[in-house]
Design a protein around this ligand. Structure first.
Ligand SMILES: NC(=O)c1ccc[n+]([C@@H]2O[C@H](COP(=O)([O-])OP(=O)(O)OC[C@H]3O[C@@H](n4cnc5c(N)ncnc54)[C@H](OP(=O)(O)O)[C@@H]3O)[C@@H](O)[C@H]2O)c1
Length: 247
């Protein structure tokens, strides 16, 4: 009898996915369920969250509606979610403006959602020991954290801040065997680009040697960082950039 159990699967693991109602978070939830995980999905949009929940393979999955920028809703989520083996922080917003034109409101919104939310959610769950030993934290950052592009300053800054915090957190939680890594996708066609679809397909797609990414490409990388195959990998930012030159 062959008792080999692949380390590239998530059987027996409970994974919290933020931003699970759309785009990358949705694909990450779907593929993690296929890999055997039990999912806790969170997002703001109830009908979309329910639709994702209904599409998952396996059973025992849950969903919790929360606006994560609201501290009381975020804390209620932590109360409800219980203990997890992994978190994928995919909730995020874009936020583009030339820095000469940036407003306090835009900066607060972008930094609030893309940086403060994942850091404070981790903080509360770690403080309450709700991320189990040998667990895995995955931030969805962006290649915008590693590159400069005109007009993308607020978004790039929020994702760069995440990488800085990720490297420190990786050291702080290593004593519990908890790993912390970040995915840096290039552009993937998701509802984030609903207002820029023509630009995406006519202009941007041509600059990617391997073509634009698909949501499931990011999900496969997330599975690697959540599963036991990556148990000695921490503090890493992993580019999924389709080979695009960084200049
Ligand atoms: N698409 C790309 O090309 C790309 C590339 C690199 C990195 N990323 C990053 O990947 C992540 C997901 O992006 P996406 O393309 O999947 O975008 P998306 O389709 O617009 O999804 C964004 C998700 O974030 C959730 N969200 C936003 N603000 C929230 C808040 N205040 N509280 C709770 N949930 C909130 C949304 O929830 P509701 O819809 O329920 O409101 C939605 O589920 C983001 O962090 C983004 O920066 C995307």
């Amino acid at each position: 009898m062959n008792n080999f159990q692949s380390p590239f699967q998530l059987q027996g693991k409970t994974i919290l996915v933020t931003g699970a109602s759309s785009g990358l978070g949705q694909a990450i939830a779907v593929e993690c369920a296929r890999a055997g995980a039990t999912l806790v999905l969170t997002g703001r949009n109830l009908p979309r969250l329910q639709a994702v929940h209904a599409s998952l393979s396996g059973c025992m999955h849950r969903y919790i509606v929360a606006d994560l920028t609201d501290a009381s809703q975020r804390n209620a989520l932590v109360d409800e979610v219980g203990s997890v083996n992994g978190i994928v922080h995919s909730a995020g917003v874009d936020g583009v403006a030339p820095l000469r034109m940036v407003s306090d409101k835009l900066l607060q919104q972008v930094m609030g959602t893309n940086f403060h939310v994942p850091i404070l959610l981790n903080q509360r769950m770690l403080y309450r020991k709700q991320i189990l030993d040998s667990g895995s934290i995955v931030f969805v950052a962006s290649i915008a954290a590693l590159t400069g592009k005109v007009g993308v300053g607020p978004y790039s800054a929020s994702k760069s801040a995440l990488l800085g915090a990720m490297r420190c957190l990786a050291l702080e939680v290593a004593k519990h065997g908890i790993r912390v890594n970040a995915l840096c996708p290039g552009i993937v066609d998701t509802p984030l680009f609903d207002n820029h679809r023509a630009w995406l397909t006519d202009v941007v797609a041509k600059t990617y040697p391997l073509g634009l990414g698909r949501p499931e490409d990011v999900a496969y990388a997330a599975i690697y960082f959540l599963c036991d195959a990556s148990r000695k990998v921490t503090g890493t930012s992993f580019s999924l950039d389709g080979g695009i030159p960084y200049t």
